[in-house]
Ligand binder design. Structure first.
Ligand code: CTP
Ligand code: MG
Length: 235
C-alpha cells in the first residue's frame, strides 16, 4: 500500500516520427501507455499508478484507461505533464498521497519491462537500504567520448571509457520518496534521469540487473522490435 509508480507519458515522441503522442501509439493492438501501466500494476507491491499525460490530452488518457482496464487492486490517477520529462515527473510526485513511502519512476516508452525486473527494483529499495535503485545493463557497443561537432562533421575522439565498468540504465528506477522529492527540489542543471539527480545530492545509488525487454521505444526500429517481443510472448 505504500509503493506507487509514476509514469511520465507526456512526451511527443519526436524521434519516432509524426503521429499521436508516443505513449498513445499502438503496440500489438494496445496503446504503449496501457502496456506500461499493466507492467507496473503486475507487481504486487504497486497499489497506485500516477500517469503523467500530455497536457492537452488528459481527458483522452482518462478515457483510454477506462477502455483498457487495469486490475482492480491498482488505483490509477492521471495528471497533466510539463514541457520536460523532469517537470512531468515532478508533477507526478506532487500528486502522491501522504501514505506513499517508495516511488518507482517508469517511462511509458518502456512498455515491455518484465514484472521480475520491477519487483527486483522494489525489493532493493525496500529491503536493500538504498535510497535509489536503477536497473542497468552491460553495453554491447564500445563507447567513445567525443568533442561534439554536429551536422555530421567528423568529431575528435577524446577517450574510451572501460566498457566493463559502464551500464545503460533503464526504468523503473526506485526511490525513497522523500529523497527523490528533495532531489527534484534542490538539484539544478542538466540531468537525464531521476537517479542522476539523487547522485547530485551525494546520496548512494545502486544498480541491479535490468532486462533486455525493458528497452526504450525511441525510434521507428524500436517499434519493430517491440512488436516482435510481443509476438514471441503470445506463442
Ligand atoms: N516525457 C514526459 N514529459 C516530457 C517529455 C518526456 O513525460 N515533457 C516522458 C515520455 O513520455 C517518455 C519518457 O519521458 O515516456 C522518456 O522520454 P523519451 O523517450 O525521450 O520520450 P519523448 O520525449 O516523448 O520522445 P522524443 O525525445 O523523441 O520526443
Ligand atoms: Mg524526449
Amino acid at each position: 500500500a505504500r509503493t506507487a509508480a509514476v509514469i511520465p507519458a507526456a512526451g511527443r515522441g519526436v524521434r519516432l516520427g509524426p503521429g499521436a503522442p508516443k505513449a498513445l501509439r499502438m503496440l500489438g493492438g494496445t496503446p504503449m501507455l496501457i502496456h506500461a501501466v499493466r507492467a507496473m500494476s503486475a507487481s504486487r507491491a504497486v497499489s497506485l499508478v500516477v500517469v503523467v499525460a500530455p497536457p492537452d490530452d488528459v481527458a483522452g488518457v482518462r478515457a483510454l484507461l477506462d477502455e483498457y482496464p487495469v486490475p482492480d487492486r491498482t488505483e490509477v490517477l492521471v495528471v497533466p505533464g510539463g514541457a520536460t520529462r523532469r517537470e512531468s515527473v515532478r508533477r507526478g510526485l506532487d500528486a502522491l498521497p501522504d501514505r506513499v513511502t517508495t516511488v518507482l519512476v517508469h517511462d511509458a516508452a518502456r512498455p515491455l519491462v518484465p514484472v521480475d525486473t520491477v519487483d527486483a527494483v522494489v525489493e532493493a529499495v525496500r529491503d536493500g537500504g538504498a535510497a535509489a535503485v536503477v536497473p542497468a545493463m552491460p553495453l554491447a557497443d564500445t563507447v567513445k567520448e567525443v568533442e561534439p561537432a554536429g551536422d555530421g562533421a567528423p568529431e575528435p575522439v577524446l577517450g574510451t571509457p572501460e566498457r566493463a565498468r559502464l551500464r545503460a540504465v533503464q526504468t523503473p528506477q526506485g526511490f525513497d520518496r522523500a529523497t527523490l522529492v528533495r532531489a527534484h527540489a534542490e538539484v539544478t542543471g542538466e540531468v537525464t534521469d531521476d537517479a542522476g539527480m539523487v547522485e547530485r545530492l551525494g546520496v548512494r545509488v545502486v544498480a541491479v540487473p535490468g532486462h533486455e525487454e525493458a528497452f526504450k521505444v525511441t525510434r521507428p526500429l524500436d517499434l519493430v522490435l517491440a512488436e516482435a517481443v510481443l509476438a514471441r510472448r503470445r506463442v
